[in-house]
Design a protein around this ligand. Structure first.
Ligand code: AVI
Length: 320
């Protein structure tokens, strides 16, 4: 089977990078959207972050998925149509598809057609026994699912990695509402969430000793320079990530090393020395916090699995 033939292209509106960047730089304090981290280099750097000793999230989530798989399979039930937000995270997807009871199909949903196409061939090779039905679409909107050859019992949205934490609460509720639509009446969602814990564990994960996270953050500026012709001086900014206990989240900034001016699409923006531009949130959750977000989207947490130290969790959500 050639999975390319099975691609459903819902022709999502392409991102308006210039518009988003101009809007973000016009705010006080300035901010840039974290979704633009993930060009090819940014995705490679993120992969490298997941191998850093301080970045516990990926390692622990994989171990948790493996340890809980039998229970997850029982809770999810047979013949699921697995729908992943993003174009497939390799080992996690494999573990899930291998561990579930007779999954019928696998649908990665990805806004970038090129990223989706690049992963499709690999997916088809890896998941030869499960029908692969990729969809090019914006998963922050409800997505009508393609119909597998074998009838699925229900859909299971898989959103691992605590990626939901990169959305503001308001955006997360909108995303969960879209998920509610996409999963259908009998469906569910399996979310990976990073849990609140000591800042002494969380902060180093975003300030690794090898400086990979700093490179990842600064690559955002390189990407913008390339794609929208801005003239950010990469040596003029430095990475800073702080855990803000009140908000329960890591807030990542690019801090201007000196007073400087940057031009984007012909418009000038001034940075003071020491001015911090916010580029990413990584929310850490309590059970009450996640339940409150889910409730606003008509969802409830029906099962929960944590690693032995309660650092990271998997949550199964269904419609209320
Ligand atoms: C993808 N996302 C869940 C990562 C996180 O932990 O917020 C992105 C990341 N940013 C810096 N390090 C990792």
């Amino acid at each position: 089977m050639n999975a390319v033939l099975n691609l459903t292209d819902l022709q999502p509106t392409p991102d308006d990078i210039s518009g988003d960047v101009l809007a973000g730089l016009s705010r006080t304090p300035k901010r840039l959207p974290s979704k633009y981290f993930y060009d090819r280099r940014g995705s490679e750097l993120f992969e490298e972050i997941t191998r850093q000793p301080e970045y516990y999230l990926t390692r622990i989530e994989l171990a948790l998925l493996e340890a809980s798989m039998a229970q997850i399979a029982e809770a999810v039930g047979p013949r699921a149509h697995v729908v992943e937000y993003g174009s497939g995270s390799g080992r996690k997807t494999r573990l899930l598809l291998d561990g579930l009871d007779d999954p019928v199909a696998y649908t990665p949903i990805e806004i970038s057609r090129s990223a989706l196409l690049a992963s499709v061939e690999r997916l088809d090779r890896e998941f030869g026994d499960v029908e692969v039905l990729p969809v090019c679409a914006d998963f922050t909107q409800p997505v009508p699912l393609p119909r597998p050859e074998r009838t699925a019992d229900h859909a299971l949205v898989f959103f691992p990695g605590s990626t939901i934490g990169n959305f503001t609460d308001e955006e997360a509720v909108r995303l969960l509402r879209a998920m509610h639509q996409t999963m259908g009446d009998r469906g569910g969602a399996l979310l990976g969430i990073d849990l609140q814990k000591s800042p002494a564990i969380i902060e180093p994960a975003y300030n690794d000793a090898n400086g990979v996270t700093a490179k990842f953050t600064l690559n955002l500026l390189a990407r913008l320079n390339r794609d929208i012709g801005s003239d950010f001086d990469l040596d003029g900014f430095e990475h800073r990530a702080d855990y803000v206990a009140d908000a329960g989240r890591i807030e990542t900034f690019l801090v201007s090393r000196r007073a400087q001016d940057v031009t984007v699409e012909g418009r000038g923006f001034h940075f003071d020395a020491g001015e911090a531009m916010q580029v990413e949130y990584s929310q850490k959750y309590t059970d009450a916090g996640l339940a409150a977000l889910a409730a606003q989207a008509g969802l409830k947490v029906v099962r929960a699995w944590n690693d032995p130290q309660d650092w990271f969790g998997l949550r199964l959500l269904q419609r209320t």
